[in-house]
Design a protein around this ligand. Structure first.
Ligand SMILES: Nc1ncnc2c1ncn2[C@@H]1O[C@H](COP(=O)(O)OP(=O)(O)O)[C@@H](O)[C@H]1O
Ligand SMILES: [Mg+2]
Length: 361
């Protein structure tokens, strides 16, 4: 799968852009704050239905304008598909595939597969558990509409349960109504736990293969799933922690408290790993993400590398670039002269300045 063309209007600082992309490496370079990440963000929105850096869609619209538009043409073997996103200041955003509007933007998952890698992702190991859950969820949502549905329903029910817990603090008789939410929460939660367990096993296997390649098999990586509760006892535990939950007005167990941990040679990298080891583990997790999409969907995802090459040493840079055979890659960097030079050979090169994207090669 690759993106053939993308056009933008009034998106962040990019007033107009119409860019033909190559099914290979595409390099966008320019000084800071000129619109490189904005450009990648627009692609990410066409993949997941939302931005990777804001929940507030209005931020995406150019200052002083009311609407932003993104149009992407994707090619997958002989089939071309068109995605249109309209982001409006006074209304909800609208997304259409081949001209047919989607009811919910989450229906978009699976149309354009992407893997995004930005400097913040190198912090994955040290980051908060919520970032690691997000990492798993975005990948699973791209691969399974059922997972995406369960996750959305789970979050909705969780919010309702938490509201009710706060109400119970004031009116204890409402306790009776809680079991309705608990059984729903457990039903969606069990499905999430089951899928995450399977996914992390796959992730651990694929990331350890990549890790072996990077470290010449000197170190062994494994990834473990730390569920807040196992699937079978979830509902029971909701009941046993009820008084505690009422006191705090929040649900203390469930997939919203899950985490994953990374081990190198049996030691937790978050605690014992050097910065280099933590970064290597994060790179391997990203590479495994590409491998899993390829295998599960049969489609090559589009790789978005946002200013990340300059953050890696030569070995990791080469490793990353060697792994991306047959994957359309969109790279942003501040200067073409540094780390990307060796890959620029047969790449398309674009300059980004003040929101204007100009093709050079
Ligand atoms: N809604 C918006 N309208 C106009 N400009 C914006 C908007 N949002 C962000 N910007 C501008 O975009 C620039 C940052 O772009 P970004 O793509 O993050 O830069 P970089 O090239 O460093 O990746 C900043 O100058 C910021 O002011
Ligand atoms: Mg940037």
């Amino acid at each position: 799968m690759y993106i053939k063309n993308i056009s933008l209007s009034d998106f962040r600082n990019i007033q107009r852009a119409d860019v033909e992309l190559k099914n290979g490496i595409n390099i966008f370079y320019g000084a800071n704050a000129n619109g490189k990440t904005n450009f990648l963000e627009s692609i990410y929105i066409c993949s997941t239905g939302r931005s990777h850096r804001t929940k507030n869609d209005k931020e995406l619209i150019s200052f002083n304008y009311d609407e932003a538009h993104i149009r992407v043409f994707i090619q997958n073997e002989n089939v071309t598909q068109r995605i249109d996103a309209h982001i409006r200041r006074n209304d909800k955003k609208g997304i259409a595939v081949n001209g047919i509007p989607l009811k919910k933007s989450s229906e978009l998952f699976g149309t354009l597969y992407t893997v995004i890698f930005s400097p913040e992702d190198l912090q994955l190991i040290k980051d908060s558990p919520s970032q690691r859950r997000r990492f798993i969820d975005i990948e699973l949502c791209q691969l399974s509409k059922v997972y995406c549905y369960n996750l959305q329903q789970y979050m909705k029910v969780l919010k309702q349960r938490n509201n009710l817990l706060k109400e119970i603090q004031k009116n204890n008789s409402l306790k009776e109504t809680l079991f309705v939410w608990d059984s729903q929460l457990a039903q969606y939660g069990r499905n999430i736990i089951k899928n995450r367990k399977k996914f992390v096993e796959e992730l651990s296997y694929k990331a350890s293969v990549r890790h072996g390649q990077i470290t010449s098999n000197k170190e062994e990586l494994s990834v473990l799933y730390n569920p807040s509760t196992d699937e079978d006892s979830f509902e029971e535990k909701l009941f046993s922690f009820l008084n505690r939950d009422i006191l705090s007005g929040s649900t203390s167990i469930g997939p919203h408290r899950d985490d994953i941990s990374f081990y190198v040679n049996g030691n937790d990298v978050k605690i014992y790993g050097s910065q280099g080891q933590q970064r290597t583990a994060a790179v391997c997790a990203k590479l495994a993400e590409i491998d899993i999409i390829k295998e599960s969907s049969g489609v090559n995802p589009v790789l978005l590398l946002d200013d990340v090459l300059s953050q890696l040493d030569k070995t990791r840079q080469h490793m990353l670039m060697d792994c991306i055979n047959n994957v359309q890659t969109i790279i942003t960097c501040t200067g073409i002269e540094d780390s990307v030079k060796s890959y620029a050979g047969d790449a398309s090169v674009f300059n980004v300045k003040n929101g204007v994207i100009k093709r050079e090669v």
